[in-house]
Write a protein that binds this ligand. Structure first.
Ligand code: GLA
Length: 386
């Protein structure tokens, strides 16, 4: 296997270790629907994909954490496992460092480790490369140090690392989807209770496509934290009149009733959140009933709400999704992930991938001056040893 053999050779070359290493894979994720509602106690519907990051890893007795990446070969990190503080000069390596710091603290077990990474997941593209490397590091440490930490605890530890160590106030969806991914299934996750179920993703005769806009988004620098604060502020104001645990538990008629007490922005953010939660329930039901037409329509309305009410799309994502939506063999299309650049997904009928790629690609290039990448998605298992 290319990813597997490559990372093994790379590990041996860089670390000088020639036996006893173990191999792991961690997927990226797409969210089918339920966007920007994980941190509002809503339902999300993501799945793990077959693009991700491979790693080879082994413990060492030097007490050093040695990290190598074939994707960023100029940066190498070799640091003492007692000093794993955030360092902005360490770039991507802060993700594994932060996870190791938290896992060592949680378990009280510490070791030196050599880890080499090699990924085929575009980074900063909204497919959750950060949660992917976090979960990968967590599973590596858990396996090599024989910690037996339950997957849900690893998921929470990675989310905490992203929140407190990296400084991005993300919800739990990405780490959860990557940790709990299952081949050919989407995960219907209730982010308030963490109850979840697997939904078979039966789309016979159709394909799910990812379109990478190649407009980079850096979650940490984006308006993500601002959107979260706007939702909290809307909930705080609504709770002067009701007792809602989170924004997703407010119903639309109550929102309309108390609209005057919110700023225009807060109202629109809340409107997105409440309607998106309903769309997610409806989409899961539509998938169960093999009603892909309705599933596609819900994808389209999700995009529209993210564009007009939540304002996280932008010219590039709108051009891609709205162009796709107009094609007669496309059932639905929407941005996926945090937005502000990144990726769009589309559900298309039949053998139309090449035509889709050509036509959407040309319009996008003309409108936005950028060249998009297209991939057919296969839904994969979550992070684990291979
Ligand atoms: C990012 C965050 C997730 C989620 C999505 C938007 O991917 O990491 O927690 O909020 O954005 O749905």
């Amino acid at each position: 296997m290319p990813g597997r053999d490559f990372v093994l050779n790379y590990f041996r070359e860089k670390s000088g270790i020639s036996s006893g290493e173990r191999l792991f894979f961690s997927p990226g994720r797409v969210n089918l629907i339920g966007e920007h509602i994980d941190y509002n106690g809503g339902l999300v519907f993501p799945c793990a994909i077959d693009k991700g990051i491979y790693a080879a890893a082994a413990v060492n007795s030097s007490g050093k954490i040695n990290l190598y990446s074939a994707n960023f070969p100029l940066l190498k990190c070799s640091i003492n496992n007692n000093y794993l503080e955030f360092d902005k000069n360490h770039g991507w390596m802060n993700y594994p460092k932060g996870v190791l710091k938290n896992i060592f603290e949680l378990s009280g077990v510490k070791s030196g480790l050599d880890i080499a990474f090699h990924g085929n997941l575009p980074d900063g593209a909204g497919l959750s490369s950060s949660a992917c490397i976090e979960m990968l590091t967590a599973v590596i440490a858990d396996t090599l140090l024989e910690l037996n930490i339950p997957m849900l605890e690893l998921v929470k530890l990675c989310q905490k690392t992203e929140n407190d160590y990296i400084g991005v106030n993300c919800g739990i969806m990405d780490q959860f989807a990557i940790g709990f991914g299952r081949k050919n299934s989407a995960i219907l996750l209730n982010c308030a209770t963490l109850d979840y179920s697997y939904a078979p993703f039966n789309i016979d005769g159709h394909s799910l496509i990812i379109i990478n806009s190649n407009k980079r988004r850096e979650l940490a620098e984006s308006k993500y934290n601002e959107r979260r604060a706007e939702c909290e502020s809307a909930l705080g104001k609504l709770n002067k009149f009701m007792k809602a645990e989170n924004l997703c538990s407010v119903n639309e008629s109550d929102l309309e009733l108390h609209k005057e007490n919110l700023t225009k922005t807060e109202y629109h953010r809340a409107l997105h959140v409440i309607t998106e939660n309903k769309r997610t329930t409806d989409a899961a039901e539509a998938l169960k009933n093999n009603n892909l037409k309705l599933f596609g329509e819900l994808m389209n309305s999700s995009h529209l709400s993210l564009k007009n009410n939540y304002e996280v799309t932008g010219h590039e994502l709108d051009t891609l999704a709205l162009t796709a939506q107009k094609m007669d063999f496309v059932l639905g299309s929407r941005m996926t992930g945090a937005g502000f650049g990144g990726c769009v997904i589309a559900l298309i009928e039949g053998e139309n991938f090449d035509r889709f790629k050509k036509e959407v690609g040309e319009i996008y290039q003309k409108e936005c001056g950028l060249s998009a990448d297209f991939y057919e998605v296969r839904i994969s298992d979550g992070t684990g040893e291979i």
